[in-house]
Write a protein that binds this ligand. Structure first.
Ligand SMILES: Nc1nc2c(c(=O)[nH]1)N[C@H]1C(S)=C(S)[C@@H](COP(=O)(O)O)O[C@H]1N2
Ligand SMILES: [Mo]
Length: 402
């Protein structure tokens, strides 16, 4: 903790760490013995401001959303997953927050307060899925190293903030810029561990849907989801969605830090991504960019007369969900599910499907989403060393009573 405090105090806006609070939550659970035993057995634990989520690691905090929360299209803030690379997490007072915008290709480098961001730029709202590149990594066979996420390293929220493009325009973006890099107020507890810095290609950074968001589902961002400001990059995996963003740097050459050059890359040939990141595509591995088309079955019920109903969600990078097909016979035949409300192209899209099962006993239902760009989920996930972009059909077990 001693060295962690030193690290944090470099940054004027970072005052306390959340770690102390996390410790307190652990103690509270320990005190009530049976609650703790149950929570530990299910690996469920409630962080400050959060409901019980599935714990992968406590330090840094990595917690996934239990599947039942995906029965609502918007994921509640208190149940939204938490992912951190580093254990020192700042708690930033909104009034003290400052965002720096710097770089050689700027006419007027800026420092902005949160109040200025709220008052001086047009607010924009959109619904978008925030999904970790490694969501479902724990389902890869054979296993791959890394956090063993199940289905819950994702969430869907209504984000409100300002356009990154508007902020860059205020700073006067000149020609010569190649990428925009983002740094955050969190830090590694050990000196020397690489700072979490990510960059975006200019085109994605200037896209009108790329936001600096200060609200999530109508409330200020939760502490553990980036308070008071985070980058929202609709359509792209959450590795780019920098939380507690404090510094934006316009780069004239590609970013070369560990988290760009060394991590979040996939064999280029393995996965056909439509949206690319050309300035980072050296060698055989290309950066993970857009979210792969995917679906999840969130529940099933028996209807009067013995019919079955399954419900689920489907999502992609914003090309738009075209259809969801369901198979109740191991993929031999597929039928189209009924799509529900459309909250926008980056959102979860709910769907449901009803049928009369032909046999009794345990069986599997599979879901397969396709998008308007002609992409479809795959039967087996595409193997890659870091276990990114798992988008195999979702298989859900049901029991049909005779
Ligand atoms: N500052 C900061 N931002 C970050 C990260 C981080 O470690 N630090 N992790 C990224 C990754 S890999 C993911 S999956 C998302 C998780 O967002 P959430 O914790 O709000 O669910 O945050 C991204 N932004
Ligand atoms: Mo992630």
């Amino acid at each position: 903790m001693g060295s962690s405090r030193t690290t944090v105090s470099r940054r004027p806006t970072a005052r306390r760490t959340v770690l102390a609070a996390l410790g307190a939550a652990g103690t509270a659970l320990l005190a009530s013995g049976s609650t703790w035993a149950r929570a530990a057995a299910q690996m469920l634990e409630a962080l400050p401001g959060k409901r019980a989520l599935r714990r992968l690691t406590h330090r840094p905090p990595n917690y996934e959303t239990p599947l039942e929360y995906f029965r609502s299209v918007l994921t509640p803030n208190e149940a939204f997953f938490v992912r951190y690379h580093h254990a020192v997490i700042p708690q930033i007072e909104a009034a003290e927050f400052r965002l720096e915008v710097v770089g050689a290709a700027l006419e007027r480098p800026l420092t902005l307060t949160l109040a200025q961001l709220r008052a001086e730029f047009p607010p924009v709202e959109l619904v978008a899925v925030c999904q970790c590149s490694g969501n479902r990594r724990g389902l890869f066979e054979p296993p791959v190293p890394g956090l063993q996420w199940g289905h819950g390293a994702m969430g869907n929220a209504r984000w409100r903030g300002v356009r990154l493009a508007d902020v860059l325009a205020r700073a006067g973006l000149r020609s010569g810029a190649v990428e925009i890099a983002f740094d955050a107020a969190d830090a590694a507890p050990l000196e020397g561990a690489p700072d979490y810095i990510k960059s975006l290609p200019l085109g994605k950074a200037l896209h009108p849907d790329t936001l600096l968001a200060y609200e999530m589902n109508g409330a200020p961002l939760p502490e553990l989801n980036g308070h008071p400001l985070r980058l929202v990059v609709p359509g792209w995996t959450a590795t780019y969605w920098i939380k507690h963003v404090t510094r934006i740097e316009v780069l004239n050459t590609p970013a070369s830090g560990f988290w760009m050059a060394g991590a979040y890359r996939m064999p280029r040939a393995a996965f056909p991504l439509l949206e690319r990141f050309p300035s980072q595509e050296s060698g055989e591995r290309a950066p993970v960019t857009e979210i792969a088309v995917n679906s999840l079955i969130t529940g099933s019920e028996i209807l009067p007369g013995g019919r079955m109903r399954v419900r689920g969600i489907a999502w992609d990078a914003g090309h738009g969900i075209d259809r969801v097909d369901v198979s109740a016979d191991g993929g031999r035949s597929w039928q189209r599910a009924e799509l529900g409300d459309d909250l926008g192209r980056y959102s979860f899209r709910p769907w449901l499907f009803e049928w009369a099962p032909v046999a009794a006993g345990a069986q599997e239902v599979w879901s397969r989403a396709s998008n308007r760009a002609g992409q479809t989920q795959v039967e087996q996930p595409i193997a890659n060393p870091s276990g990114y972009q798992h988008n195999a059909f979702h298989r859900h077990r049901i029991e049909v009573k005779s």
